[in-house]
Ligand binder design. Structure first.
Ligand SMILES: Nc1nc2c(ncn2[C@@H]2O[C@H](COP(=O)(O)OP(=O)(O)OP(=O)(O)O)[C@@H](O)[C@H]2O)c(=O)[nH]1
Ligand SMILES: [Mg+2]
Length: 431
């Protein structure tokens, strides 16, 4: 026996069957479940994937016998967009919150990759929203509007040939995320013999390309027989119409043509009734269940593994969520410390580099200052020398001037000097 070392050895006996001597009342448990479910109401989400104008809205209207008033789309959208609309329906005392998600512009772009990626993203986004709600401390899953897609009705064009690459690519990328029920749309456009061949061709193409479509469950014996036989009719060839035509003395949903009437609910004309029976009456709960236990579970597992959670450790020993959390926290703190240390070292290195740069700049500045000081000193000396020479010149000039003045005076004072003679000459001229 393999034991968890942390836990004491607990031996579990298989339960003993006892007979009760009187009525206890837990036989009403299924009724309690039914009552609670009716009170709570149900939710069902259908994704319709198909080219523009292939008959998606008409089929949904026909299935639920109502008018959802969906506007027709243009063929010129640059991207595929998903449009979700939610409706509240009631039949007897059962309330159904129905969400119809339509692909707008599907197949209209040249780049086909962009046709299916938005669908994948939409489905993942609904899973993610549910997971986030589940992971909240204060969850409100009881009144949470579950938008996870329970079924994808994939509309195939009634070409009578084969699947298009886009059909295969899209179904292949969706089959692990959603229950796919392929339907041949506008089946009134294909003859009875061609239809049988077309169905066989489609199924073999799906199998050879490894596309997993939804199989009606055969494990519940009450519905095993009908489900097994319906699995053999896939993909359903459907016709949609909300028009009422008089056939015999009855008004029936039909499409009227100049050559005759195609009755939607006539099993000799198309598989519409089979689809309605399988989708709504027999397997709606299984579709909801498969979505939760298979597709969502897969998404959740991948997501938690991506986040580093696992059920067993490296030596295959069981790991509790808390142990994983502690290990992750430890790893996180270690990583944070390492990063902090790295940052510190980087900081010290940067400071050193900056200091070296500043020191170099200071040294350059000092050298510049010394150079300027020297130039200034030399200039000063040069000017002082000039000044000295100038002063000497001034002094020499002053001396010369003084000498010349003395000489002039002497000449003026001496009788018979030239100055006197000149004066006399001037005077004689006047007389
Ligand atoms: N022959 C035939 N025509 C159909 C069938 N179902 C719908 N149509 C017609 O196809 C046209 C488009 O139908 P819609 O139901 O609006 O198609 P859709 O896929 O919702 O179109 P978008 O939402 O615009 O992409 C309408 O003229 C319908 O009457 C069908 O089963 N057979
Ligand atoms: Mg539509």
């Amino acid at each position: 026996m393999v034991m968890n070392p942390a836990s004491p050895c607990i031996q579990k006996d298989s339960p003993r069957s006892l007979t009760m001597s009187g009525h206890v009342g837990f036989e009403s448990l299924p009724d309690q479940l039914v009552n609670r479910s009716i009170q709570q109401g149900f939710c069902f989400n259908i994704l319709c994937v198909g080219e523009t104008g292939i008959g998606k809205s008409t089929l949904i209207d026909t299935l639920f016998n109502t008018n959802f008033e969906d506007h027709e789309s243009s063929h010129f959208y640059p991207h595929v967009r998903l449009k979700a609309q939610t409706y509240e329906l009631q039949e007897s005392n059962v309330r159904l919150k129905l969400t119809i998600v339509n692909t707008v512009g599907f197949g209209d772009q040249i780049n086909k990759e962009e046709s299916y990626q938005p669908i994948v993203d939409y489905i993942d986004a609904q899973f993610e929203a549910y997971l986030q709600e589940e992971l909240k401390i204060k969850r409100s899953l009881f009144n949470y509007h579950d938008s996870r897609v329970h079924v994808c009705l994939y509309f195939i064009s009634p070409t009578g040939h084969s699947l298009k690459t886009l059909d295969l690519l899209t179904m292949k990328s969706l089959d692990s995320k959603v229950n796919i029920i392929p339907v041949i749309a506008k089946a009134d456009a294909i003859s009875k013999t061609e239809l049988q061949k077309f169905k066989i061709k489609l199924m073999s193409e799906l199998v050879s390309n490894g596309v997993q479509i939804y199989q009606f469950p055969t494990d519940d014996e009450t519905i095993a027989k009908i489900n097994a036989s319906m699995n053999g009719h896939l993909p359903f060839a459907v016709v949609g119409s909300m028009d009422e035509v008089k056939v015999g003395n009855k008004m029936v949903k039909a499409r009227q043509y100049p050559w005759g009437v195609v009755q939607v609910e006539n099993e000799n004309h198309c598989d519409f009734v089979k689809l309605r029976e399988m989708l709504i009456c027999t397997n709606m709960e299984d579709l909801r269940d498969q979505t939760h236990t298979r597709h969502y579970e897969l998404y959740r597992r991948r997501k938690l593994e991506e986040m580093g959670f696992m059920d067993v450790g490296p030596e295959n020993q069981p790991l509790s969520l808390q142990e994983t959390y502690e290990a992750k926290r430890h790893e996180f703190y270690g990583e944070r410390q390492r990063k902090e240390e790295e940052m510190k070292q980087l900081f010290v290195q940067r400071v050193k580099e900056k200091e070296a740069i500043l020191k170099e700049a200071e040294r350059e500045l000092q050298a510049k200052f010394e150079h300027l000081k020297r130039v200034h000193q030399e200039e000063k000396l040069r000017l002082e020398e000039k000044r000295r020479l100038l002063e000497e010149e001034i002094m020499a000039f002053s001396k010369k001037k003084a000498t010349s003045e003395i000489y002039q005076n002497q000449t003026f004072m001496t009788p018979g000097s030239n100055l006197r003679k000149d004066k006399d000459r001037k005077n004689s001229n006047f007389m």
